[in-house]
Design a binder for this molecule. Structure first.
Ligand SMILES: *Cc1c(COP(=O)(O)O)cnc(C)c1O
Length: 401
């Protein structure tokens, strides 16, 4: 990225990488902001070279230098710049971007199960409701066994192609010991959904995971205006994922890729500030009489997983309300600064009820309780957020009394 020995000797800090990564070709193009390449097709040099390049990309490879990009379902330079930057932040060789987090999960499943003659997945709950739904549905031709984190090795079979974990887990911020699961999985690749932590707080590949998946819709985009997914991994794994993407077509649009790449530059400062505010809000909630329990990474972390595998607890909080569903209904209906909405990780704060919404498709025995709400802490002043929650919880008390 930068050609100077004094800069190359020590690795650049993530804050610097976030600003500069994926921009190596811009100066030669004579531009400073990354261009948005909207071409759906590209002029071919000649049949032979164009065809060879097509062949390479349809099998998950890169465009050949003298063959061109051919067609935007196979390759797009704006998307490739974002992928290069995300890979660098995740300490990965490559990354592959998709039209949504669920499209990314679908490609990870297909490439590691049916595409290679394996038909089983082992997954540790809790997971995002959509991921749980996809795995539980068997829709992609693979059967999933759900188990506790220390039971992974006991459930592996000859045809297990993938182990799926999410840490911190959605919605109750449960932590999974990534290195311990990797050790249990042996030769079976482990996918970690890293959406809540972002590459700034956790790098699963450094702990032996094969893939780090993000719903880039959340913190990476950070402004609530892009739906996207991305997986950081080795180049051979990236080829398998790009092959699925090229064949099935779950592409990230270049306008989305541009916004995600731009969003990366502010990801470190957003995470730092949102995390600091979340710590403040979590501590305040823990003292509130209407709140029975607060879930935040680091609270009740008996195994010391936060210091071992994370660089902070992040900016998501879950809370168990003493007066259950009625309190959740009153709270979500009374907030003024928080928006009552699903999704998370943006500049503005959100609150939602997982059991009724994000985790609705999850089997009853694994669904979060009806007394749990999930909060995504944004960039507002933390005291203003606390004042909003205070007035909303005061209304809760009036309603449930
Ligand atoms: C939102 C989310 C997903 C799904 O991502 P989409 O971009 O909505 O498809 C996957 N995992 C986690 C942890 C999420 O929060």
């Amino acid at each position: 990225m930068i050609d100077d020995d004094s800069l190359r000797e020590t690795p650049l800090r993530p804050e610097t990488v976030a600003v500069h990564a994926g921009r190596a070709d811009l100066a030669a193009l004579g531009v400073h902001a990354a261009p948005i390449d909207l071409s759906s097709t590209n002029p071919l040099p000649d049949i032979l070279h164009g065809g060879d390049s097509y062949e390479s990309m349809a099998n998950g490879g890169h465009p050949l230098p003298d063959g061109g990009n051919v067609y935007a379902r196979l390759w797009n330079p704006t998307v490739a710049r974002f992928e290069e930057a995300l890979a660098e932040l995740e300490h990965a060789e490559s990354s592959v971007a998709f039209s949504s987090g669920m499209a990314a999960m679908t490609a990870a499943i297909l490439s590691h199960t049916t595409a290679v003659g394996k038909h089983r997945i082992v997954a540790v709950r809790p997971l995002y409701g959509g991921t749980d739904h996809l795995l539980d549905s068997g829709l992609l031709g693979a059967d999933t066994t759900f188990c506790a984190e220390d039971e992974v090795s006991a459930h592996l079979r000859e045809d297990t192609g993938l182990v799926v974990v999410e840490t911190p887990g959605n919605p109750t911020l449960d932590l999974v010991d990534i290195a311990a699961v990797v050790a249990q999985a042996g030769d079976v690749p482990v996918l970690v959904d890293n959406t809540f932590a972002t590459p700034l707080l956790q790098n699963p590949l450094d702990l032996g995971a094969a893939m780090s998946l993000h719903s880039a819709t959340k913190y990476i985009g950070g402004h609530g205006d892009v739906i996207a997914g991305v997986i950081a991994c080795s180049e051979p794994t990236a080829q398998a994922l790009r092959r699925v993407r090229a064949i099935t077509g779950a592409l990230l649009h270049p306008l989305g890729a541009y916004l995600l790449h731009r969003g990366l530059a502010t990801l470190p400062v957003r995470m730092e500030r949102q995390q600091r505010s979340a710590e403040h809000v979590a501590a305040w909630l823990a003292e509130h009489p209407a709140v029975a329990e607060v879930f935040y990474p680091g609270i009740g972390d008996d195994r010391g997983l936060v210091p071992r595998q994370m660089r902070g607890g992040g900016a998501m909080i879950a809370a168990r309300l003493r007066d259950g569903y009625a309190a959740a209904e009153a709270l979500t209906g009374s907030v003024r600064l928080f928006t009552h909405a699903v999704s998370l990780g943006g500049v503005d704060s959100l609150v939602q009820h997982p059991a009724a919404l994000t985790h609705r498709p999850v089997a009853a025995e694994a669904r979060p309780g009806a007394d749990i709400v999930r909060l995504s802490i944004g960039l507002e002043d933390p005291e203003d957020l606390v004042r909003d929650l205070a007035q909303a919880l005061a209304r809760v008390a009036a309603v449930v009394r």
